[in-house]
Design a protein around this ligand. Structure first.
Ligand code: CTP
Ligand code: MG
Length: 180
């Protein structure tokens, strides 16, 4: 059923959706690249900090563990079984989301885009790809059992839509400097 696929996709990706937003709230401090440059441009830029990355990863993991607590109740409420998250899976989704975003900043700097510049497509999917790849690497059995092909398709279509909506929201609320 389409509805159960959408609900399951949102649920399974929540530990990957939270980290970037937590990083926005917690960011600041020492940049990961320490100010170093490559080819005359910053390796990553001031927008990728140790504090934001650590806070984002921990927030995503915490969400996964919290979802585990409510999983039985919510599963019986919706009438189908929502996945629970082994620690390795929750950690991989959260850290993978952060690493995908960091990888995107690396690509932005190499292509001459300054901090905060948009890179349509990459901005909406970098963290999804990072989260899915790291979950596949660190929790392969869980990943293949959870992310069926239809679920992956829903995730890839739904995430860019959610990303645009939440970032415009954060911009309107004054939490982000750009609406993307
Ligand atoms: N942030 C952070 N550490 C991260 C990711 C994000 O500290 N690993 C914080 C930074 O304060 C950053 C803000 O969250 O400015 C918004 O994140 P993002 O839009 O990803 O960064 P940008 O500042 O737009 O930089 P970039 O162009 O490199 O994406
Ligand atoms: Mg940005």
């Amino acid at each position: 059923m389409v509805i159960s696929l959408i609900v399951t996709a949102f649920w399974a990706m929540l530990p990957a959706y939270i980290p970037n937003n937590a990083a926005v709230l917690a960011g600041g401090g020492r940049p990961i690249d320490g100010g170093r440059t490559m080819g005359g441009r910053r390796i990553l830029g001031d927008g990728k900090t140790w504090r934001g990355t650590a806070a984002g990863t921990l927030a995503g993991l915490a969400v996964a563990l919290a979802l585990n607590v409510v999983q039985p109740t919510l599963s019986s409420l919706v009438g189908f079984s929502l996945p629970s998250f082994p620690v390795a899976a929750g950690f991989a989704l959260a850290l993978g989301a952060m690493l995908g975003d960091i990888g995107a900043s690396f690509l932005k700097r190499r292509t001459g885009r300054e901090r905060g510049a948009a890179f349509p497509g990459l901005d909406q999917l970098d963290f999804v790809v990072g989260a899915l790849v790291l979950a596949f690497v660190l929790a392969p059995a869980w990943f293949t059992a959870t992310f069926t092909l239809p679920l992956l398709a829903v995730v890839l279509v739904m995430t860019p839509v959610l990303h645009v909506v939440t970032n415009v929201g954060a911009y309107v609320l004054g939490l982000k400097n750009e609406p993307y």
